[in-house]
Design a protein around this ligand. Structure first.
Ligand code: CP
Length: 313
């Protein structure tokens, strides 16, 4: 694996899910692998789970960790080539990333989309600049369009339920702000790679990009989609078609107990953070598996770090 930015970087996604399960069973078994190795975690955007779980994973493997909130703590970066750098941007990404990779053996980066220019976001411009200028592997801590560490943890969580061929429903849910499509794109991508039975339910106009919707069942009637589901995975995302728009009068898409009663006693999942009683009712969230899901972030990250460390030996 050269980098970890998508399920397509992973030779055998099922094997990686199993490796994450083994990391959970024996978290310190490979604590020698990271000796004298340093992980850099670079954040352009806020994080609780990704930041803490990836640090925890690195510590479990005996690694050192450096964390930087690059938007707050470092020089403002220029990303365009050939610029006369006479604005407030004091450093070019070319030097910044090359220097970071002198200090670190692996680099993680979180870079959200602007949700204004779809082509730019879907070209993964910033992530690809990191890949271009880094001399060490890059791990996505959520990029403009994908969140593979989250999805790997989600797949582990689903695997642990031991349901044979579960009916998985990814449901759009309301929000007050425009959110990226990354978690949902990634969830669908990993479900497809795992040959899972996945249905997407969303209001008309909120379908994910054709690349991700291909081969996925689509149901615009949320209640119809919930019937017989074993797993309800809720997430808000802004429109791909009318790029970055949030829609109006869609609060009835909340996941509540009445809708959950239509399912096959489904488990409720969400990547967190989640807004209570907007995305999901208290009742549903309080009986969900979101904490177990968040716990699995550590072992997903650990499996990925372990892959890289093993290949460095
Ligand atoms: N789910 C997730 O990535 O959480 P954070 O944004 O808190 O890292």
């Amino acid at each position: 694996m050269k980098n970890f930015t998508s399920v397509t970087d992973v030779e055998d996604p099922i094997a990686l899910i199993k490796k994450a399960a083994l990391c959970k069973k024996s978290p310190f078994e490979n604590d020698h692998l990271g000796k004298h190795k340093t992980l850099g975690l670079i954040f352009f955007n806020p994080s609780l789970r990704t930041r803490l779980s990836t640090q925890r994973a690195a510590y479990n493997l005996g690694m050192n960790v450096i964390v930087m909130n690059i938007d707050k703590d470092s020089w403002k970066l220029e990303f365009e080539d050939g610029q006369i750098m006479n604005s407030d941007k004091a450093e070019h990404v070319k030097e910044a990333v090359a220097v970071m990779s002198q200090y670190c053996d692996l680099l993680g980066v979180r870079t959200f989309p602007g949700l204004v220019n779809r082509d730019e976001d879907y070209s993964e411009f910033i992530l690809n600049q990191f890949i271009k200028y880094s001399s060490v592997p890059i791990i996505s801590l959520e990029s403009a369009t994908l969140h593979p560490l989250q999805s790997l943890a989600d797949m582990l969580t689903i695997d642990e339920l031991k349901i044979v061929k579960p009916k998985i429903v990814l449901t759009w849910a309301p929000h007050i702000r425009a959110l990226p499509q990354a978690v949902s794109n990634s969830f669908v991508e990993w479900c497809k790679a795992s040959q899972a039975d996945i249905t997407v339910t969303c209001p008309e106009g909120f379908e994910l990009s054709p690349e991700f919707m291909e081969g996925v069942k689509l149901e615009h009637n949320q209640k119809e989609a919930f019937k017989g589901a074993d797993i309800i995975y809720a997430k808000n995302w802004s429109s791909f078609n009318d790029y970055g728009k949030i829609g109006q009068n869609l609060d009835h898409w909340i996941v509540d107990q009445e809708k959950m009663n239509l399912t096959n006693q489904a488990k409720f999942m969400h990547c967190l953070p989640v807004r209570r009683n907007l995305v999901v009712s208290d009742e549903v969230l309080d009986s969900s598996i979101v904490i177990e899901e968040a716990n699995n972030r550590t072992y997903a990250a650990q499996a990925v770090l372990q892959e890289f460390l093993t290949s460095m030996k």
